[in-house]
Design a binder for this molecule. Structure first.
Ligand SMILES: Cc1cc2nc3c(=O)[nH]c(=O)nc-3n(C[C@H](O)[C@H](O)[C@H](O)COP(=O)(O)OP(=O)(O)OC[C@H]3O[C@@H](n4cnc5c(N)ncnc54)[C@H](O)[C@@H]3O)c2cc1C
Ligand SMILES: NC(=O)c1ccc[n+]([C@@H]2O[C@H](COP(=O)([O-])OP(=O)(O)OC[C@H]3O[C@@H](n4cnc5c(N)ncnc54)[C@H](OP(=O)(O)O)[C@@H]3O)[C@@H](O)[C@H]2O)c1
Ligand SMILES: *[C@@H]1O[C@H](CO)[C@@H](O)[C@H](O)[C@H]1NC(C)=O
Ligand SMILES: *[C@@H]1O[C@H](CO)[C@@H](O)[C@H](O)[C@H]1NC(C)=O
Ligand SMILES: *[C@@H]1O[C@H](CO)[C@@H](O)[C@H](O)[C@H]1NC(C)=O
Ligand SMILES: *[C@@H]1O[C@H](CO)[C@@H](O)[C@H](O)[C@H]1NC(C)=O
Ligand SMILES: *[C@@H]1O[C@H](CO)[C@@H](O)[C@H](O)[C@H]1NC(C)=O
Length: 551
């Protein structure tokens, strides 16, 4: 140890030299023997872990690692790199100033009028509630504040490096051992200088989110249509929802909204009162927004100089704007060529979990992964690379926590994972079961599909597995509390109930005295009952069923 300490000191001039050459390197780090990459300087470091992303997923991963018993994580180094100026992920708005224009991307899809579509008590980490008085479906800023508060409350910030963008993560080694070579670009605080860090880590946890790379369909004729002008009308536009901020842009316009997901729906509702006409272009099996004056259309076929042409041959000549609520592509550029060779990204790939020689994203589904988390691709050790937060259409924080706890324990004890071929067998069986029930994971991606509480069952299974193997004490309790199951089953009912509460101006009555987790849970029970009674009286039943039919 003493010798290593001396080594660090003797390397200081070298480190300063490197800094001038490349403007890089934490002078406390030791150069890696085989490259310009440095290891953690502290010779007592037994494991080093890099987490990418400080949204819901990255914070959960970090907290779960810090929650391990001190003797288990003695000597571990954990670093979280976040490219943005603060924590919160999609809930942190773009910095003030003009929004980037295509092909540049905004930092977040967040728009000023965004409210959650899920009751906030269901979106919480365990035992960490939103502040008293928070409306059940709060605006985005309450959620951003929630993540900020969480990081402060649990002392996470000392591990988080903001303004640090992970550029490449390359595995050096084989399927049994090796290390990650991680290159990070940091924006300097005061002088704004770019600093390049090159570090090695033993484990990499990727929590970079699903909603950052817009899926933009291409059609014949868009350029000609965009160039076409009509006297007295504004310039035509085609824009993805990631750029949507202000409904006023659509005032008095004829708009085609493409897609039937939450973005398309929410934006349709926001621009509804001011747009001239709204059409919604949907796959035939999608459900149009009920009770709104929105004219359903089939998928777009192509554009001409004058018109938008749909697949049923119908033609619209008066369209001013096309808004793409077409969702997002699953990309992690730092794992891929030209930055690294860990993952292939290919929408047309013919590989599947059993044939892929390398981790693969077809933009919807990343495979092969053990329980949506660990890469079991043949070229990396099974504990080297973990993903947090891939499942979608769920309340993230609890799921991210269950995944984070699973990852933390597996990093502590690799024997908690079955052998690679057993994990592959489990995955292939899971994919086959889902396919037999209808959807294909390669097409729908990480939507947990099954009965309504698959989201909670998934979390329970992860934690149950750790208990069975003695990694966690067996307290006989399920991980997902019953009230979270209730909230999941009544998701839409609770949202509709809250909209009614707001219409009636009765928020204060419902929010009064709500502080602890169990008080919020009771309130959601009462609210669901209140709404069920109203549904009975007004002849509306099974909203939840309609919701599930959509997803
Ligand atoms: C418009 C919108 C509304 C939503 N509304 C709801 C809702 O009402 N209820 C709900 O439950 N869920 C909602 N969601 C889902 C939401 O995505 C999740 O709730 C959750 O916040 C996702 O967290 P995450 O950590 O997985 O990803 P993100 O929040 O995307 O965080 C990923 C982080 O990784 C960082 N990062 C990415 N690449 C790098 C890199 N190379 N180097 C360093 N850092 C990097 C990003 O900057 C980001 O901060 C919504 C999503 C969107 C887009
Ligand atoms: N709190 C809120 O109110 C709120 C608001 C916005 C977003 N969100 C969240 O943000 C995330 C992303 O939501 P999103 O709506 O942007 O994406 P999404 O949920 O992936 O929905 C995109 C939709 O567009 C469809 N689509 C794709 N290509 C199409 C095409 N060429 N023509 C017609 N339809 C096409 C998709 O259908 P296929 O899958 O069949 O291709 C899908 O239904 C979700 O987690 C969502 O919950 C929440
Ligand atoms: C829950 O949070 C409260 C308040 O922060 C704390 O007193 C309590 O010990 C926590 N309970 C658990 C189980 O962590
Ligand atoms: C991150 O960058 C922003 C400017 O983009 C700056 O205001 C902020 O101070 C930086 N934060 C840190 C921790 O360096
Ligand atoms: C686009 O137009 C070209 C040339 O007119 C045609 O050959 C091609 O089939 C069209 N593609 C589609 C998808 O319609
Ligand atoms: C995976 O691909 C191989 C080769 O194309 C094919 O034989 C096999 O049936 C595929 N497996 C599944 C589950 O689709
Ligand atoms: C690691 O996990 C294995 C498998 O469950 C278990 O047998 C072993 O005791 C664990 N090791 C430690 C140090 O906890």
């Amino acid at each position: 140890m003493v010798q290593l300490g001396q080594l660090v000191l003797s390397l200081l001039p070298l480190a300063f030299w490197a800094e001038q050459q490349l403007p890089i390197t934490d002078p406390h780090d030791i150069p890696h023997p085989h490259s310009g990459f440095t290891r953690p300087a502290d010779a007592t470091t037994t494991k080093s872990i890099a987490i990418v992303g400080a949204g819901s997923g990255g914070l959960a991963a970090l907290k779960s690692i810090l929650d391990l018993p001190p003797e288990t994580r003695a000597g571990w180094e954990v670093v979280l790199y976040e490219q943005r100026r603060d924590v919160g992920g999609v809930w942190l708005p773009d910095p003030p100033g003009p929004l980037p224009t295509p092909p540049d991307l905004p930092e977040s899809p967040l728009y000023p009028r965004l409210h959650t579509n899920t009751p906030h008590p269901a979106m919480t980490y365990r035992n960490f509630t939103f502040p008293p008085g928070t409306p059940l479906l709060p605006r985005w800023d309450a959620v951003q504040q929630y993540y900020t508060d969480y990081a402060v409350h649990y002392g996470l910030n000392e591990y988080i490096h903001l303004n640090h963008t992970v550029i490449s993560t390359q595995w050096h080694g084989d399927d049994k051992e090796g290390d990650w070579h991680v290159e990070v670009h940091a924006r300097g605080g005061n002088d704004g200088r770019k600093v390049v860090l090159k570090r090695t880590f033993d484990h990499l946890i990727v929590a970079t989110g699903n909603d950052h790379y817009p899926k933009i369909p291409t059609w014949n004729g868009t350029a000609t249509w965009l160039a076409g002008t009509r006297p007295g009308r504004p310039a035509r536009q085609i824009e993805h929802s990631i750029y949507y901020r202000d409904p006023e842009v659509y005032a008095d316009k004829t708009v085609v909204i493409v897609g039937g997901g939450p973005s398309a729906r929410d934006i349709a509702i926001q621009i509804g009162p001011i747009a001239k006409v709204i059409y919604q272009s949907l796959q035939s099996d999608s459900v149009p927004i009920p009770g709104r004056t929105i004219i359903p259309k089939p998928l777009i076929s192509h554009f001409t100089r004058d018109a938008v042409v749909f697949q049923d041959g119908s033609v619209l000549r008066d369209v001013d704007a096309v808004l793409l609520g077409t969702g997002y592509e699953l990309r992690m550029p730092f794992l891929c060529s030209p930055h690294a060779s860990v993952m292939d990204t290919d929408p047309y790939t013919r590989a599947n979990s059993s044939t892929a020689r390398k981790l693969t994203s077809n933009l919807r589904y990343v495979f092969p992964l053990h329980r949506h988390i660990f890469s079991i691709a043949p070229d990396v050790p099974t504990t080297a690379l973990a993903f947090i937060g891939l499942p979608v259409f769920i309340a993230n924080a609890p799921s991210d926590t269950a995944q984070g706890i699973f990852v933390a324990h597996v990093i502590a004890n690799a024997s908690l994972l079955p052998p690679r071929d057993a994990m592959m067998q489990e995955l292939l069986e899971h994919e086959a079961t889902v396919r037999a029930n209808g959807p294909d994971l390669y097409r729908v991606g990480y939507r947990l599909i099954g009965d309504n509480t698959e989201e909670q069952d998934y979390q329970d299974q992860l934690i149950e597995d750790l208990k069975k193997q003695g990694a966690l004490p067996n307290d006989g309790k399920k991980f997902a509390e019953d009230w979270r199951r209730m909230a999941r089953l009544n998701w839409i009912r609770l949202a509709q109930a809250w909209w009614r509460v707001e219409e009636l101006g009765e928020e204060a009555r419902w929010l009064e005295g709500m502080e602890t987790e169990s008080e919020w849970a009771d309130m959601m029970h009462r609210l669901a009952d209140w709404q069920r009674d109203w549904e009975k009286e007004h002849g509306r039943v099974d909203i939840t069923g309609a919701f599930n039919a959509e997803y």
